[in-house]
Design a protein around this ligand. Structure first.
Ligand code: ADP
Length: 518
C-alpha cells in the first residue's frame, strides 16, 4: 500500500494578509508565509479590497510556502482554506468584479441594517440565519446595493465572497461552504440553504448566489496555469474549508462543549461550541457553522486591547514614556503599575465603551465611564480599572453564552492581551474559570489543516488537535480576587443600565455638532 501523503497546506485569507502554512500530521508547522495587501479606505465608511490582489496573494503564498518547506509537491495531501467572513463582491459572467471586495469593516449599509431591524423584522431573520443584523453582514450590504445601485444589481451574475472568488478562479465553479454562508445573514441554519425570506427582502434569487456545500467539499482539476504557478500537481485536492472565526476555535483546541475561546487583540471575541445551531432569543450572539454537528456561537466586542492602547497613548503617556526610558515595553511597565493596586482597583470601575459596543448590548451610543472615582485613586488605579473593564466586557459575553451553551469549564486565551500573565490571571479571577494559553499562533491555519485531514478521510474526528496544540500556561482563579469581582460585577452592570438613556443623549450631543475633534 502506498503511504498516504504527509503534508497539508493551509491557506488563511485574512483582512490584512493571506497566511499559508505547510503542516505535517503531527501538527508541526514546517514553513509559513504571509503576503499583505491593502485595505482601501478612501472614506471613513468605506473598507474595500481588490479581489485580484488577494487571489494573487493566495497563488504566491502557496508557491512560496512550498519552496520554503522544501517538500516535493507530490507529497501534499490537500490544500485547505480559511477565510475572513462577511465579504461581498459582485461579478459578471466572466468573473470580472463589478465591485471591489466590500469587507466586514465597510459601514455604508448602516442605515439599511437599521431599516432591516425596524421594517423587516430583522430579529426573525437573525433567529433563522444566526448572523446579527449589522452593517458587516452581506445581507445589509446587498440591501444597500439594491437600493443605491439597482442597475449594478441587475447586471450582476453572482454575489460572492472572497473565498468563492478564489475557488471560481481556480475551478470555474461557484460554491460557498456552509461556514461562510452562515455568516452572510442570508443562510437558513436549520435548512442549510439560502433563506427565502431574506432573499425576498434584498430582492435577489438564489441563483445569484453560490451553491452551498459542506466545509469538507473537495475540488480537483484546477486551471493548469494556476497549478503551474503554485508548483502543485493540477489534481491536488483543494478543500473548501470554513471561516477564520470557527477554525480559530478548532485550531486553539476549543472544540468541545464548555471550552471557550477568548481572543483579545484590538477588539475581542468569545466563542463556544455547540452541536446544533442555536440562536439567542435576545439577539446578542452569532451562530456560525463548522460542520453539520459543530457550530460556533459567540459574540465580539469592540473595546478590547485598543482600550489599553488608549491608556498607553492618551491617559498614561508619562508612565508609558518612563517605561520606554527603562527599556521596557510600555505595556509591560503599565501592567507592573496596575499590579501595585489590589483586585477591584479599590472600587474604581471602568466601562470601556469608547467605541460603542457590540455583544452583548449592541449599543453604538454607549460611551466610556470611570465610576466610583475618589481622591484615594491614583493613575495606577485607573490603569488597572481599564484592564479590568475589558475583562468585564468579556464576562458579559461569557454570561450570555453560558445561557445557551452551558457553563464555561476552561478559557483558551489568545491575541495580544495573552502576552500579559497579569491580564490572563485577571481573566481567570474575574470569570472564576481556568485560563489556558494554547501555543498555536496560527489558530485558523491549524484549524484549516485539521479540517483538511478530516475532509480527506484521514482522521475520523478533530480530537487530534489536542496533540497539535499544547497549553503553554494555565491560570487558576484566586478565590479572594474572585470574591471581589463577584461584588463589583453587579455594580458594573447596574451602572451600564442606569446610564442607558444618558448614553443616547451624550452620543446625540457629540454627533450633532461634530464636537469631537480628531
Ligand atoms: P491585532 O488586533 O492587531 O491582531 P494584537 O493581537 O497584536 O492586535 O493585540 C494588540 C493589543 O494587545 C494591544 O492593543 C494591547 O492591548 C495588547 N498587548 C500587546 N502587548 C501587550 C503586553 N505586553 N501586555 C499587555 N497587553 C499587550
Amino acid at each position: 500500500m502506498i503511504a498516504s501523503k504527509p503534508y497539508v497546506i493551509a491557506a488563511d485569507i485574512g483582512t490584512t494578509s493571506t497566511k499559508t502554512l505547510v503542516i505535517d500530521r503531527q501538527g508541526t508547522v514546517l514553513a509559513s508565509h504571509s503576503i499583505e495587501y491593502p485595505l482601501y479606505t478612501p472614506r471613513q465608511d468605506v473598507a474595500e479590497q481588490n479581489p485580484q490582489e488577494i487571489f494573487q496573494a493566495v497563488l504566491d503564498g502557496i508557491k512560496h510556502v512550498l519552496i520554503k518547506a522544501a517538500i516535493a509537491p507530490e507529497e501534499v495531501l490537500c490544500v485547505s482554506f480559511s477565510s475572513a467572513m462577511h465579504s461581498l463582491i459582485a461579478v459578471d459572467e466572466q468573473l470580472e468584479p463589478l465591485t471591489a471586495c466590500i469587507t466586514w469593516a465597510d459601514n455604508r449599509s448602516v442605515n439599511h441594517a437599521e431599516k432591516l431591524k425596524r421594517e423587516h423584522n430583522g430579529h426573525e431573520i437573525y433567529l433563522r440565519t444566526g448572523t446579527p443584523i449589522h452593517p458587516f453582514s452581506p445581507l445589509a450590504k446587498l440591501m444597500w446595493l439594491s437600493d443605491t445601485n439597482p442597475e449594478l444589481v441587475a447586471r450582476t451574475h453572482k454575489f460572492i465572497g472572497i473565498k468563492e472568488y478564489v475557488f471560481a478562479k481556480l475551478f470555474s465553479t461557484f460554491v460557498i461552504d456552509h461556514s461562510l454562508a452562515s455568516a452572510t445573514g442570508l443562510f437558513n441554519l436549520k435548512e442549510l440553504d439560502w433563506d427565502q425570506e431574506a432573499l425576498r427582502i434584498v430582492g435577489i434569487s438564489a441563483d445569484k448566489l453560490s451553491r452551498p456545500v459542506s466545509t469538507t467539499y473537495r475540488l480537483e482539476g484546477m486551471q493548469p496555469s494556476y497549478a503551474k504557478h503554485m508548483g502543485l500537481p493540477a489534481d491536488t485536492p483543494f478543500i473548501i474549508g470554513a471561516s477564520d472565526g470557527v477554525l480559530a476555535n478548532l485550531g486553539a483546541g476549543a472544540y468541545e462543549q464548555g471550552s471557550y475561546a477568548v481572543t483579545i487583540g484590538t477588539s475581542g471575541a468569545v466563542r463556544g461550541v455547540v452541536k446544533e445551531p442555536v440562536t439567542d432569543p435576545q439577539g446578542r450572539l452569532f451562530c456560525y457553522a463548522l460542520k453539520e454537528d459543530f457550530w460556533v456561537i459567540g459574540g465580539a466586542i469592540n473595546n478590547g486591547g485598543i482600550m489599553f492602547r488608549w491608556v498607553r497613548d492618551e491617559l498614561a503617556t508619562l508612565e508609558a514614556a518612563e517605561g520606554r526610558n527603562r527599556s521596557l515595553d510600555p505595556y509591560d511597565y503599565l501592567t507592573e503599575l496596575a499590579a501595585e493596586v489590589p483586585a477591584g482597583s479599590d472600587g474604581l470601575i471602568f466601562l470601556p465603551f469608547l467605541l460603542g459596543e457590540r455583544a452583548p448590548y449592541w449599543n453604538a451610543n454607549a460611551r466610556g465611564v470611570f465610576f466610583g472615582l475618589s481622591m484615594a485613586h491614583h493613575k495606577k488605579h485607573m490603569i488597572r480599572s481599564v484592564l479590568e473593564g475589558v475583562v468585564y466586557r468579556i464576562h458579559s459575553v461569557v454570561e450570555a453564552l453560558e445561557e445557551l451553551a452551558g457553563p464555561a469549564k476552561e478559557i483558551r486565551a489568545s491575541g495580544g492581551f495573552a502576552r500579559s500573565a497579569f491580564w490572563r490571571q485577571m481573566m481567570a479571577d474575574v470569570l472564576g474559570t481556568p485560563v489556558l494559553v494554547p501555543d498555536s499562533i496560527e489558530s485558523s491555519g491549524l484549524g484549516a489543516a485539521q479540517l483538511g485531514l478530516y475532509a480527506m478521510g484521514e482522521v475520523s474526528d478533530f480530537s487530534g488537535i489536542h496533540d497539535w496544540v499544547a497549553a503553554t500556561c494555565r491560570h487558576s482563579a484566586q478565590a479572594g480576587n474572585h470574591d471581589v469581582y463577584k461584588q463589583l460585577l453587579p455594580i458594573y452592570r447596574q451602572v451600564y443600565w442606569n446610564l442607558k438613556d444618558s448614553f443616547d443623549a451624550i452620543a446625540a450631543f457629540q454627533s450633532a455638532g461634530d464636537r469631537l475633534t480628531p
